[in-house]
Design a protein around this ligand. Structure first.
Ligand SMILES: [Zn+2]
Length: 423
């Protein structure tokens, strides 16, 4: 379950290393416009295609791990954030309340700073039995942070955040297994995306008061997190005093090109929210019991993830989430019909294919390379007559002509295997 070493980025030597903002612009991944506002990027078609593929994969892995997906609204009444404690702790990071009646504070709405309270209320939407536990609620959902416009930028620091989030409601006994499951999911999903974590941090209580929950529960939860890390075989550092006030946590760190560290994945034990929302389930003996809430994210926010992946791969994404997987280029107009037919077949085979018709063939080949398209199918008169294509890979290799079905099957295999290799 230990993540493999960071795969070598695909970029070749002649490409200078670029940061995600430059790559995001060159590859038309996202766009920022002052008319919309700082920290509110638009996901352009290429960025949306990559994000969609990644989201589908993450949801599928979560589904296989027993998570259930929900949708919840990105805002709630002010009183919910009073109840959750977010207003007391994070008011400065939240946008002001919206109300059409300044005298009626109770109905004022706020953009949410996290998904936790909504998911707590999903758990609380009906009675629960110990037999249902753990209840795993997941969502890739929107949340908002009132960053000052001067500090936001690119995709790594935004005001509208799409978080890969989940909350597990379980007994304290089950926390260890749930944390192990999260680490196992990280060990599957991160290598498939083509990166490895730069470090694991176990954040523990420090001296002093202010921590919510019983001492014995804290000691138990800290031990369960530590055990899960040891069992996973990952190196980690302990950080006393770095725990949240509501519970201990594991942070999985990555570094950007400039060496700045940020948290990509996290798993946090929380004794506070179940208390605040008075969550309960019927225990084995028939009496009500309080669940523990485990917050976890495997890939963090979609914005920060894409920023990281752009830099790791320098835009040459693994074929399974490349925005365009296959560009089809006829050599001349006489092959347009054959190219169109092949591109249609590719679309029907579930691939993201585009037709490349404008400009000289050399220009189109160069453009596909600059766009870091994994496969370019060139169709000349010989290929058109034989019903074949010649595939060029973005590293410069060229495969011998092969029948349409064989070319599509080999690309499909690379997509389905989610390997880093593109040959
Ligand atoms: Zn949460």
């Amino acid at each position: 379950m230990r993540p493999t070493c960071a795969p070598r980025p695909f970029h070749s030597r002649e490409h200078t290393v670029k940061d995600h903002r430059r790559l995001g612009r060159d590859l038309e991944i996202y766009h920022s416009d002052p008319m919309i506002g700082a920290g509110l990027p638009l996901w352009l078609p290429a960025g949306a295609a990559a994000r969609h593929a990644i989201e589908e994969f993450v949801r599928e892995e979560e589904r296989l791990a027993g998570y259930q997906h929900v949708y919840s609204p990105p805002m709630a009444k002010r009183q919910m954030y009073e109840r959750s404690g977010h207003l007391a702790k994070f008011a400065d990071d939240m946008f002001p309340a919206m109300s059409d009646d300044p005298d009626d504070d109770a109905e004022a709405l706020m953009l949410r700073p996290s998904l936790c309270p909504h998911h707590a209320m999903v758990f609380g939407s009906r009675g629960r039995s110990y037999r249902e536990l753990p209840v795993r609620i997941a969502e890739i959902g929107g949340m908002y942070r009132a960053e000052r416009s001067g500090v936001v930028g690119g995709l790594s620091r935004v005001r509208a955040i799409s978080l890969n989030d989940a909350h597990v409601f379980c007994s304290l006994d089950q926390v260890g297994a749930e944390v192990a499951l999260v680490l196992a999911m990280c060990a599957r999903i991160h290598p498939a995306l083509g990166f490895a974590a730069d470090g694991y941090r176990l954040s523990l209580r420090g001296p002093g008061a202010g921590y919510l929950g019983a001492d014995a529960d804290w000691a138990r939860a800290e031990a369960l997190l530590r055990d899960a890390l040891v069992q996973a075989g990952v190196p980690f550092e302990e950080a006393p005093g770095e725990a949240a006030f509501y519970g201990p946590k594991i942070d999985i760190q990555v570094r950007d090109l400039a060496g700045r560290e940020s948290t990509l994945a996290t798993v946090q034990v929380d004794f506070a929210q179940p208390e605040r929302f008075d969550l309960s389930y019927t225990g084995r003996d028939g009496s009500p019991a309080r669940p523990v809430m485990v917050h976890r994210s495997i890939v963090g926010s979609m914005e920060r993830l894409l920023a990281h992946l752009l830099e790791v791969h320098q835009g040459a994404f693994p074929v399974w989430y490349a925005p365009v997987q296959l560009a089809v280029a006829p050599v001349g107009e006489a092959q347009d019909a054959a190219a169109r037919q092949f591109a249609d077949q590719a679309l029907r085979a579930g691939l993201r294919a585009s037709l490349s018709l404008d400009g000289s063939l050399g220009l189109r080949i160069r453009e596909a390379s600059q766009r870091r398209v994994p496969y370019l199918a060139v169709i000349g008169s010989r290929e058109a007559d034989a019903g074949e294509v010649s595939l060029r890979l973005r590293d410069g290799r060229q495969l011998p002509p092969m029948p349409h079905a064989q070319a599509l099957a080999s690309i499909r295999n690379a997509v389905d295997a989610r390997t880093m290799g593109i040959g």
